[in-house]
Design a binder for this molecule. Structure first.
Ligand SMILES: [Zn+2]
Length: 401
């Protein structure tokens, strides 16, 4: 997420704090260490298990392992010899599974709505205790897929997709003995998310679905971000996408499942309801790590929540890690070894697809791939500058997108 106006008095989620760290290696190390530290600090003395020590050692080793950050797949950009002529992209083709939308076939409807909750015919129950407004969603620009620029777009105002997050907040052991800690952690998290307007929905570890920012309003969840579907390219997704966060840590201490079974079950119900309500295509259900970019480093994965292991299949979605990554094919963003480490060492198939597309486009344009990529990056910077003014850093352009 990205906070609107940083307030030193407000306790931020670890994810938000991590967002302030520009260096990707340092950021990943911070996330991992925070997970370990908070787990250790918050545990009752008698409950500090041996695995905390093993975990600390593992984080230390992981931190050392990612130190030699290196770019992959791409050569360093050549000197700027790019001409002024606009480049026309040939975006990768999308398959039918990715394009599939859930038709509103009358099977999911609201059964009951009270002051405290909503219930739906598919079993979904939404708790409203923490629901709050924010700035209403505004019309947004959907940019041309072949030639995204400040002058080539159509204005849209419908919700187009969902970005999935993890809160990276404190995780008590998921056990009945820790029930009080689990309930307290959820309450504290929800209060924090409400203050910061961080997400539209939070799914706590018991699978309870909490509405925070109303669907009609913007949550500050996506930050600088890029996505694309068959109709165009989305830049900075707060106005166009809903944000759903699992109370979970992508940087899982002991390699267990990131989300609980209850969370996955509820996420399926919520996703189905929202997809039917807004006719959201399968490919527009993506994780924060897939959409997040850094303007400072022109790298993908500024945020790395759900960089791997997102339960697409369990949520009735195709594996969107296989989609050619828009930030790469549309705007030439780089990725680094740190990011590959964040995925669990398994680069998404969609990264390679996007890279292949970029190489093909460069060949068709008869210019070296590095130069072509530089032109793509230049087009992104021009677009952002035209929309928001001069680029200063990573957390400034996106909040009022
Ligand atoms: Zn996130």
């Amino acid at each position: 997420m990205s906070a609107k106006t940083p307030n030193p008095l407000v306790a931020y989620t670890i994810e938000a704090r991590a967002a302030k760290i520009d260096d990707p290696v340092a950021r990943l190390r911070y996330l991992r260490q925070s997970a370990a530290l908070r787990a250790t600090k918050d545990a009752k003395p008698g409950r500090i298990a041996k695995w905390h020590w093993a975990l600390g050692a593992a984080f230390l080793l992981a931190g050392i392992a990612v130190l030699p950050m290196r770019g992959v797949f791409f050569q360093p950009a050549a000197a700027n010899t790019a001409s002024k002529a606009p480049i026309v992209r040939r975006p990768p083709k999308l398959d039918q599974a990715a394009l599939a939308k859930v038709a509103d076939n009358g099977k999911i409807w609201q059964v009951e709505s009270t002051r405290d909750y909503e219930e739906y015919s598919n079993g979904l129950r939404i708790e409203k205790k923490y629901a709050i407004g924010n700035r209403p969603r505004a019309g947004y620009r959907l940019f041309d897929r072949a030639n995204p620029s400040a002058t080539r777009f159509q204005m849209k105002n419908e919700i187009a997709g969902i970005v999935f997050h993890t809160t990276e907040s404190h995780m008590a052991p998921f056990h009945k003995d820790a029930n009080d800690s689990l309930r307290r952690a959820a309450r504290n998290l929800l209060a924090e998310v409400q203050i910061n307007r961080s997400y539209n929905y939070v799914i706590d570890r018991f699978g309870r679905v909490w509405r925070v920012v109303e669907e009609s309003d913007v949550a500050w969840h996506a930050g600088n971000s890029i996505w694309a579907d068959d109709s165009g390219i989305y830049v900075n997704l707060n106005d166009s996408f809903l944000g759903i966060s699992f109370e979970a840590q992508t940087y899982n201490e002991n390699k267990q499942a990131i989300a609980t079974d209850a969370q996955i079950h509820s996420a399926r119900l919520l996703t189905d309801m929202l997809r039917a309500k807004y006719k959201i295509a399968a490919l527009n259900c993506a994780t924060h790590a897939q959409v997040s970019v850094s303007m400072a480093s022109m790298g993908i994965g500024y945020h790395t929540d759900w960089a791997g292991n997102f339960p697409f299949a369990a949520l009735g979605l195709p594996d969107n890690y296989k989609l050619a990554l828009p930030a790469v094919w549309a705007f030439g963003f780089d990725y680094h070894q740190t990011f590959i480490d964040a995925t669990g060492g398994q680069p998404w198939p969609g990264l390679k697809l996007a890279e292949q597309n970029l190489q093909e486009q460069a060949a068709l344009a008869r210019i070296p791939a590095a130069q072509y990529k530089q032109k793509l990056q230049q087009s992104y910077k021009q677009l952002i500058t035209a929309l928001y003014g001069p680029i200063h850093g990573d957390e400034e352009q996106s909040n009022e997108s």
